[in-house]
Design a binder for this molecule. Structure first.
Ligand code: FAD
Ligand code: SF4
Length: 511
């Protein structure tokens, strides 16, 4: 055999660089469903189901091309890890080289490299051309720097790829950023009638996956009976088109808003399809720009969306490889509280957390602000151990792959990596949740209350966080006001807040 081509669960594209020069006469594809991928963090049923279903559908696409394939299905082989299965395949096939594209996780890349070294097989690790920025170039640019700024990277990407640029090299519309137009809430009347996203009911392959997930991971958290995610390229294109036609127009304005019982709102719902490589970021960006050029969506919405894909998504990937492996140990704020059990069940009286976690366990989805300003914000201000919070985020979302999850969780939500690529900790109290959602209306706590039985845990923990980290926060012009505002309360009230916070921290199960 010439090449054994390893395709990991998040590399499901026939256009992958791993297939360049593929010759079915002397090359073979290897795909492995390994228990450890669902167990090294306790992956929820929905997350595992999405990955396995997409892998099995992709295997069909490979077979349809008459490409030789070893597909190791869960429960039909004895290997716990991808590396174990690979070692066996290398011994059986004795290929001249193992071919693959860069993995989405440092852990896997290391394990695969180790396995090949042991077997004496050369690794032909190819650049992952799915991404619009090269990992190598990003790291070269970042070398020696203490901090990186997303905005500078994003502007470079706009210029390099000619996205929303005039022929004179200026940003279309005269500004790079329309964030100030993109912070709307729904107001008292709520979002009204929302465009329903398209449905992807389980086909025969997915139904079998769902049975396997229940059989093999029945004791894992979450549910998978509401499975409704695109798991083929064709379905992913339907999801993309639907977003472009029905939700992009309002995406920008309501990007940060939240509403009880409305998990999806105007969001794209394409992160899993993108991360599995069912969609190419170039086609996603081009589709959004086309909506603007056709006069079907305002510039603020389109620029806001392009910023997420061309800016944040690419930047975050670069940051991951720049900071690994030390990123996973980062704990700049020295936080050690255990993750409360109710992060895994949603059984908590705080209505904002109950909603965000509840939809996460049901659908494997919460939008960015729910992840950042509800579950993430509370984990930050409560002082939860970053490694435990990271394991939770990596387990529960259908789009969770470490290259994107870890920098978002550890770097952005928890400030565990310090000011490497964010300018301040994203900490807020109940007033923010009240402004951006209707969660507080249905809550047993009062968002404005800082002490007493009805004190809002978001608010209490926010002020306690400000008190605990005042020396750091007052040095930063973006957070100094937090400390000044706390000082206005006076010493007695601050002491009462801190006592309430300690009580909550001692008994998280009562929240
Ligand atoms: P939309 O809100 O419609 O945004 C469009 C697209 O932009 C997304 O599909 C995504 O590809 C991209 N995007 C937006 N923000 C980011 C970001 N900060 N980083 C990378 N891409 C972004 N995203 C993941 O794909 N996987 C994760 O495991 C993940 N974990 C996160 C953990 C935390 C603590 C936070 C704060 C954010 C995380 N995100 C993650 C980013 C973001 O929340 C999701 O990409 C988004 O909610 C996916 O939903 P959507 O497709 O409807 O996106
Ligand atoms: Fe969340 Fe506090 Fe509002 Fe309740 S009152 S929903 S805990 S912010």
């Amino acid at each position: 055999m010439r090449h054994l081509v390893l395709v990991l669960g998040d590399q499901l594209s026939v256009d992958s660089a791993a297939f360049e020069g593929f010759d079915p006469l002397c090359d073979r594809v290897l795909m492995v469903e390994a228990r450890d991928e669902s167990e090294h963090v306790p992956s929820t049923k929905m997350r595992t189901a999405v990955f396995l279903s997409a892998m099995r559908h992709f295997a069909e696409a490979v077979t349809a091309r008459a490409w030789p394939l070893d597909y190791l299905r869960l429960g039909t082989h004895r290997f716990d890890t991808v590396a174990d299965a690979l070692a066996d395949a290398l011994a059986r096939h004795r290929p001249d080289a193992l071919v693959m594209v860069e993995a989405g996780e440092w852990r896997l890349e290391q394990a695969i490299a180790g396995c090949c070294a042991e077997a004496g097989v050369r690794v032909d690790m190819r650049d992952d051309l799915h991404f619009m920025a090269s990992r190598r170039d990003f790291i070269d640019d970042a070398r020696g720097k203490q901090r990186l700024v997303m905005e500078a990277f994003y502007r470079r990407m706009r210029k390099v790829h000619g996205v929303l640029m005039t022929p004179e090299g200026e940003p279309v519309g005269g500004a790079w950023n329309y964030d100030h137009e993109n912070r709307g809430a729904f107001g008292r009347q709520g979002p009204g009638l929302l465009p329903a996203p398209p449905s992807f009911p389980p086909d025969a392959i997915t139904r079998e996956v769902l049975r396997d997930v229940v059989q093999h991971f029945g004791d894992h958290y979450g549910q998978c009976d509401a499975f409704d995610w695109p798991v083929t390229r064709a379905d992913a294109l339907v999801a993309l088109r639907d977003f472009m036609q029905h939700r992009l127009q309002d995406f920008g304005q309501f990007q940060d808003a939240m509403w009880t019982g409305e998990p999806f709102l105007y969001h794209a719902l394409i992160s899993a399809a993108l991360n599995l490589k069912l969609l190419d970021p170039r086609e996603v960006v081009a589709a959004a720009v086309a909506q603007y050029e056709a006069g079907s969506a305002p510039l603020a919405a389109v620029e806001g969306f392009v910023r997420q894909i061309l800016g944040w998504r690419e930047f975050i990937r670069g940051v991951y490889w720049w900071r690994m492996p030390k990123l996973l140990e980062a704990n700049a704020l020295d936080h050690h509280a255990p993750l409360p059990d109710w992060y895994w069940t949603g059984e908590v009286q705080m209505n904002c957390m109950h909603n965000a976690i509840g939809q996460t366990l049901k659908h494997g989805y919460a939008h960015h602000i729910q992840r950042l300003m509800v579950t993430g914000n509370f984990a930050l201000t409560f002082g939860m151990a970053p490694a435990e919070v990271h394991a939770w985020y990596l387990s529960v979302y259908v789009d969770a792959v470490e290259w994107v999850e870890a920098p978002n969780t550890l770097g952005m939500a928890l400030y565990a990596d310090g000011a490497r690529f964010v300018t301040k900790p994203y900490a807020a109290g109940g007033a923010y949740i009240q402004r951006m959602s209707n969660y507080c209306k249905g809550c047993r706590y009062q968002p404005t209350q800082r002490t007493g039985d009805d004190a809002c845990p978001m608010t209490v923990m926010y002020w306690d966080f400000v008190a605990r980290h005042a020396p750091m926060l007052e040095k930063n012009p973006r957070t100094v006001m937090m400390v000044k505002n706390l000082a206005r309360f006076g010493a007695d009230e601050v002491a009462a807040i801190r006592e309430t916070a300690q009580r909550m921290r001692d008994q998280p199960d009562r929240l």
